[in-house]
Design a protein around this ligand. Structure first.
Ligand SMILES: *Cc1c(COP(=O)(O)O)cnc(C)c1O
Length: 231
């Protein structure tokens, strides 16, 4: 299967899930998680109409930016972002999806202020309360969003989550629903319902994520095939 065929299949499944949930297929944003895939694969996905590409490693992203891998599509940063690498990301991506601490938010604010840039971000929710994972605890997300409102160069556009990898399908669905509930609450009470992005769902669960209210999914393997870990 080519990248274009994979994108078409994923889109069809997303559309079906959206309709089942009484939502419009056009409102689902498909982000290709292109890590460990070269510039040629990125270009193929863009030619096939992917909505955005997402990278999770700064060094790889910088290298592929220099190769013009993302020309023609918005670029997102979706991985764990270390504070000392913020400078290399702010202003170069249209959305940082993985802001999981106030310290990181501050660092992004500083870097964006220096560039006089307004950086769009999503707040990452650590919905499974996993020790090894970054992200705000569910109970801390509202305060974090409120605190972000006072920063002039960072704009919160929504929430992102990655449920625990070992959750069964039912538990996974419940995690998605919990994050959706948080999203609706924050959207109504802090953002006048102007938030548009609830990013959840990957290759194994994007249809369930859409059923639970996702408006953005991040899909790697189902589009690009198995990753080349030597890249
Ligand atoms: C790699 C990655 C994905 C996509 O994973 P697949 O299972 O290959 O679809 C989604 N989100 C993040 C943050 C990733 O790093």
């Amino acid at each position: 299967m080519s990248i274009a065929e994979n994108i078409a299949r994923v889109r069809a499944e997303l559309a079906e899930a959206a309709r089942e949930a009484g939502r419009r297929p056009e409102e689902i944003i498909l982000v290709g998680a292109s890590k460990m895939n070269g510039a040629a694969a990125c270009r193929e996905a863009i030619a096939a109409g992917i909505d955005a590409l997402g990278e999770n490693r700064v060094q790889e992203m910088v290298k592929k930016l220099a190769e013009n891998a993302y020309d023609g599509a918005p670029l997102h940063f979706i991985g764990h972002l270390q504070r000392n690498k913020v400078k290399q990301v702010v202003g170069r991506v249209s959305l940082i999806q993985s802001v999981g601490s106030l310290e990181l938010l501050d660092e992004i604010e500083k870097a964006a202020a220096r560039q006089n840039f307004l950086q769009d971000v999503l707040l990452e929710v650590n919905i499974g309360g996993e020790e090894a994972k970054s992200g705000f605890a569910p109970a801390a997300v509202f305060a974090a969003a409120e605190s972000a409102l006072s920063r002039d160069h960072v704009r919160v556009r929504g929430l992102m989550t990655i449920p625990p990898a070992d959750a069964d399908r039912q538990a996974n669905m419940r995690y998605f629903q919990e994050v959706h509930t948080l999203y609706v609450d924050i959207n109504e009470n802090l953002f006048h319902n102007e938030l548009k992005y609830l990013s959840m769902g990957m290759s194994g669960d994007y249809a369930d994520a859409v059923r639970a209210g996702a408006t953005m999914v991040r899909v790697g393997t189902a589009i690009f095939g198995a990753r080349d870990y030597n890249l």
